[in-house]
Design a protein around this ligand. Sequence first.
Ligand code: SUG
Length: 459
Amino acid sequence: MDERKVPSANLEMNFDGLVGPTHSYAGLSYGNVASARNQGAKSSPRRAALQGLAKMEAVAALGLVQGVLPPHERPHIPTLRAAGYTGNDAEMLTKVAKDDPVLLARVSSASAMWTANAATVLPSVDTRDRRTHFVTANLRAMFHRAIEPPITAGILRAIFRDQTRFEVHHALPSHTADDFGDEGAANHTRFTSTSANDGSFEGVHFFVYGTATNARRAPSKFPARQTRSASERVASLGGLDEARTVFAQQNADAIDAGVFHNDVIAVGNGNMLFCHELAFEDRAGTLDALRRATGGALVVAELTHEEVSLEDAVKSYLFNSQLLTLPDGSMALIAPCECEENPRVKAAIDRVIADRANPLARAIFMDVRESMRNGGGPACLRLRVPLTAHDIARVNPHTMVTPQKLVELRAWVTRHYREELAAADLADPALLRESCDALDELTRILDLGSIYDFQRATT
Ligand code: SUG
């Protein structure tokens, strides 16, 4: 086996989504300003995937355990069939491109790359049955994302196979506009009482929602994607201790400014919360509740609107940085390179690093521009899985990023991915064939078995 030795310490794993071969800019996410701004631009699937791999390599080089989640099959032919399209694949693609190009863009989106929206992860130390629970997100707010959950659940089951240690739940049911809207870990943060963040330390679970039946206010322009009812169901599925669970409403004005998930305005890790003063509807009450739940351990680094405006925060995606605990117990911020280019944002990062009251010791700037143009920064691209040493040995080892795996994955991307993609290319049956060939090979590289519909089709 080529994989690295199983680490002996208890660890948090970061699983990044590998960008898929149909990565494109279709303006599909209302309320996500980058997605709207870049609608119709040409994309580079190859560059996007290589940028993602470089980020994985950088995190692994810090001494952390990095994993990878595969793309979903796109264009998603089963969704077209369910919508009444008939004939062979090429005929269906031609017809939908003519009739309904938006539907074609939706079933082609590579949005599964943003694995912070794949699921909410509840580590074994915090759950009633002492197993790690994954609650697959239903992503019901956007059509192109609402088709992700069944494939996501299948992928998670192929990685976390040992049911005595892991449970992968189906997505929450969602049948009307006001029931459980769940966007996964992007609206969930787990705090501990020190900078240690792995699955052996008890956590406080912080759920942030955009809307609730008794919400103080609602956004007036853009949709609130996460509902409080969904967050409560997620907590309940894991049997979390109520005394260690905090629910808070997102600031409605922030949603209207383009903060469509909490991870666009706040990031937490271990005992540190890094956020904007306009993150929560009830700022003081939320911070108090978190301080109480963590027994006073929480360290808050907060930026005022004066220091960094909401607009700059959304443009630079400062708070969509990964806040990581390094092996020496200090923390690093993996930030988008757009943050380094904005003098106000860069100055704010430098100020927080210089402040000895918090554990942040350094920032590393990464170029993930292809993903950023769709509103996906470093933190959107990863799902955190806090594990114990015992359980990390039960994770499918072929999904762990090693130097050798990186060589293999880079060669795979270079072999299969197009350098450039325009909207019209999504109807090209050759793109579908190329994608299926690539994904089929990837399931062997990552030892995932047959996770895709096209691999299981009998006709
Ligand atoms: O759901 N963008 C994604 C970005 C998700 C970011 N995730 C987190 N914040 N955790 C979304 O809005 C745009 C696709 C397009 O327009 O082609 C998109 O789906």
